[in-house]
Design a binder for this molecule. Sequence first.
Ligand code: PEP
Ligand code: MN
Length: 333
Amino acid sequence: MIIVLKKESQPHLDTIRERLIANGFKFNVLEGVKFILIPVLGDFTTSDINRFRSIPGVENVIRISSPYYLVTKEYKKKSVLDIGGVPIGDSFSFIAGPCSVENEESLTRIAEFLAKQGVKILRGGTFKMRSSPYSFQGLGLEGLVILKRVADNFGMKTVSEIPDIRQLDAFMEYVDIIQVGARNMFNFQLLKELGRVNKPLMLKRSPSAKIEDLLLSAEYILNECNEQIILCELGKVSFDDASRSSVNIAAIPILKEATHLPVFLDPSHGVGIAKYVPKVAEAAAVLGADGIMVEVHFDPSNALSDGFQSITLESFSRICQNIGRLNSCLREN
Ligand code: PEP
Ligand code: MN
């Protein structure tokens, strides 16, 4: 890190020197025209360097190393997750299903189609985190039971979003991947609790989080020992209301370089408009994502939640074909 002082803070220099020596740090003092720079040697990856900001006279503290380690490729080259025999992270994967589990019949109709397309992981919201208390809140525990029963019938695995830690036992029993939704990405107590369980997690990026925040949230989980994490990008808040959020496709190669964890894109919650979902889904494959999670419904206009962004079964099958073709092209080149 580099400690920066204004020239007029020179009288504080001795105190700062004493503090650094007392803490055993090696450092140098570079006196410029307007500023004094103190490069401090050491590994500050896992320490809170903000404490140095409160030393009198300090103008700024600049971090050089990243503030996380366990998510990086220095810690581990590549993570391939094993979701009950289904690998995630070794080739492009599809997670698909309705926004919410609505009832057994409709989920069966969707799952049957998806299974025929080769989809191995079925999504379905059960405890929905809706903006309005008057919107469909999900079937709760009953939804989890239906999700598992339907998935079992087609040999599929499941993912559903956990609203809070009180539901952990049910999620441990009924789902194969516990989703931490965008709204809970900053719920550090929940992240710590989930870091202590032996269950794969899908961590979605909050639209108001920086990439660094997403990586730090994953670091919280890894720090508790759960290393089975899929990161999911879905876009960020923007002044532009032409789409639900601004899908940051650049986040995919950035994350792929930064971390060993598998990286997914959720084009449905990202774009929020069904007709644009296929192109953005295909872009994810081109950019090197490990997969997409997409909302699919046989009758989007009658879906109980997020129908406007849910693609039809036919549209999903076209995406699969196109991504299949793109992936074989990319493998050849
Ligand atoms: C979801 O995937 O069902 C969901 C609500 O996601 P998000 O966290 O992106 O809102
Ligand atoms: Mn949804």
